[in-house]
Design a protein around this ligand. Structure first.
Ligand code: NAG
Ligand code: NAG
Ligand code: NAG
Length: 180
């Protein structure tokens, strides 16, 4: 079996190669960025995601789209590599372990799709980017459904919710790009 970590390095290398950011004069101003965050499903998540990235101040809409997708990829990667393994070690029941392992697989799949969405968006192929992001969104939602039928709360409940909201935010940004 291929380990999640070796899958990740395959996914992340092309990302590093193409992570170019244009220093453009048509940077999105604060008022406009705020209006974009209001259109998203989670204003706080949107604001904090852009505030945490020092590329935001010089980013145009394409730059914001890439920041949004890469932030989501970081969240997935941290969850897969750092957060899930120690929880798996302490879970007592096989069924609980399996549920979390299913989520881990869903996240690995979603990360692969978002990696493709990043590359497509970086070359302004928004249609392909949106399609790949939708694939990621559906797989991510399967992790939420894993815990639906149980009394056992998901130990990583915040993650699939955030991933879904960041994907929605990327669609809001693509809508803005299409206006111009
Ligand atoms: C902010 O950007 C928007 C969209 O480009 C523009 O319409 C607006 O005038 C700008 N506002 C300021 C204060 O620069
Ligand atoms: C952003 O921060 C990173 C490290 O925190 C630094 O290496 C990089 O030069 C900074 N970029 C900008 C545009 O300030
Ligand atoms: C899980 O719960 C959510 C929200 O309550 C619901 O929308 C979704 O359809 C449920 N999924 C399943 C498989 O029951």
């Amino acid at each position: 079996m291929v380990s999640p970590t070796s899958c990740l390095s395959i996914l992340v290398i092309p990302l590093l190669v193409t992570s170019l950011f244009y220093q453009v004069s048509n940077a999105v101003n604060d008022t406009y960025l705020d209006s974009i965050c209001h259109k998203s499903t989670d204003y706080e998540l949107c604001s904090s995601t852009f505030a945490a990235d020092n590329r935001t101040s010089t980013a145009d809409l394409d730059g914001l789209l890439l920041i949004c997708i890469s932030s989501n990829m970081n969240l997935l990667e941290t969850t897969i590599v750092n957060r899930i393994p120690p929880i798996l070690e302490i879970l007592e029941y096989l069924v609980d372990k399996q549920r979390l392992q299913h989520c881990q697989s869903d996240f690995i799949y979603a990360l692969g799709k978002l990696s493709g969405a990043y590359l497509a968006s970086a070359s302004k192929n928004y249609e392909e980017g949106t399609k790949l992001s939708m694939d990621a969104a559906f797989k991510n939602a399967e992790c939420i459904n894993e815990y639906n039928m149980t009394d056992f709360p998901s130990p990583i409940e915040d993650v699939p919710n955030k991933v879904g909201r960041l994907i929605f935010l990327s669609f809001v940004i693509v809508d803005e790009i299409k206006k111009y």
